[in-house]
Design a protein around this ligand. Structure first.
Ligand SMILES: Nc1ncnc2c1ncn2[C@@H]1O[C@H](COP(=O)(O)OP(=O)(O)OP(=O)(O)O)[C@@H](O)[C@H]1O
Ligand SMILES: [Mg+2]
Length: 272
């Protein structure tokens, strides 16, 4: 697709055009009966960038990311990861390919401590007397500390139930758990929506930290201040379609609001 010169500059500004895309979504569509939830949506995600997906309620943001992570099967379009076409029928298949999704409820077990939550369903064991398998709690705690350190999360305690933790601390646990496997793309659907100002700020710091470590993050948010502070590029959706993508370094708050409202791209937007 041809880009206007300033659109190309915008993509370059974000460091996006320098590498091959990690993920290419092309012409994704999902209809529910006569309703176009997502129509012909195209977006490239590059290694190590944070892209925010914004738009009004019902614009198709959640449906779009659900197609990327295997929750919803597209009616049309294609998804390529590292240049290879993939078709996910289940979230487990997307996960195996390195696409993790952080859901709103985080799915933590309240009465379990941090290490127990992180290793839930994939506990480490060792052999006692070389015979009986027993839980290897020391190794799980050590890996937990290591993971939390990797994402720069400073939890005061890891041996107490997560029930006693704040929203932001719980997010850190959920993110650390995702990183147990090899992750290339982390998708977050409104992770800050239920958090207070301080907690939301900590999640933004976490995202910035993950980005520094080379992860690609796709985040849905209604909060444009958050979006401008954490994202490299912003993809605007309306009525199921991608209106345009702008680099946060070159677009203004007002331009993004105008795109959300009018459904028309602004001067600096690129197609993907
Ligand atoms: N399972 C479904 N069955 C029928 N319609 C659906 C389904 N999921 C989404 N839709 C419809 O598709 C459209 C897009 O919904 P979607 O949840 O993707 O929007 P969104 O941009 O995430 O909105 P919000 O900001 O409110 O979360 C809406 O009109 C919604 O009602
Ligand atoms: Mg949504």
């Amino acid at each position: 697709m041809d880009h206007a010169p300033d659109a190309q500059a915008a993509a370059l500004d974000a460091g996006a055009a320098a590498a091959a895309p990690l993920l290419s979504a092309r012409g994704l569509s999902k209809h529910y009966g006569g309703l176009r939830a997502v129509h012909d949506a195209t977006l490239d995600l590059y290694p190590g960038e944070v892209v925010a997906l914004v738009g009004d309620n019902g614009a198709g943001k959640s449906t779009f990311v659900k197609m990327l992570c295997g929750v919803v099967a597209p009616d049309a379009g294609s998804i390529a990861l590292h240049g290879r076409m993939l078709r996910f029928s289940t979230p487990a298949q997307a996960r195996a390919a390195g696409i993790e999704t952080l859901h709103q409820n985080l799915a933590l077990v309240d009465v379990f401590d941090v290490a127990e939550n992180i290793f839930l369903g994939r506990e480490l064991t060792r052999r006692r007397f070389g015979l009986f398998p027993v839980l290897d709690k020391a190794s799980m705690r050590a890996r937990t500390r290591d993971l939390l350190q990797r994402i720069g999360a400073n939890l005061p305690f890891i041996d107490r139930p997560v029930r006693a933790m704040s929203g932001g601390q719980r997010q850190a646990v959920a993110i650390a758990r995702l990183l147990l496997d090899e992750v290339h793309l982390l998708i977050m659907d409104e992770p800050m929506a239920a958090l207070g100002v301080d907690e939301g700020r900590k999640v933004l710091d976490l995202i910035a930290e993950l980005r520094l470590r080379g992860l690609t993050v796709l985040i849905i948010s209604h909060n444009l201040e958050h979006v401008f502070s954490v994202a490299d590029r912003i993809c605007v959706m309306k009525n199921g379609g991608v209106v345009g993508v702008v680099a946060t370094g070159t677009a203004s708050h007002d331009e993004v609001v105008r795109m959300i409202v009018s459904g028309k791209p602004v001067r600096s937007s690129a197609a993907t």
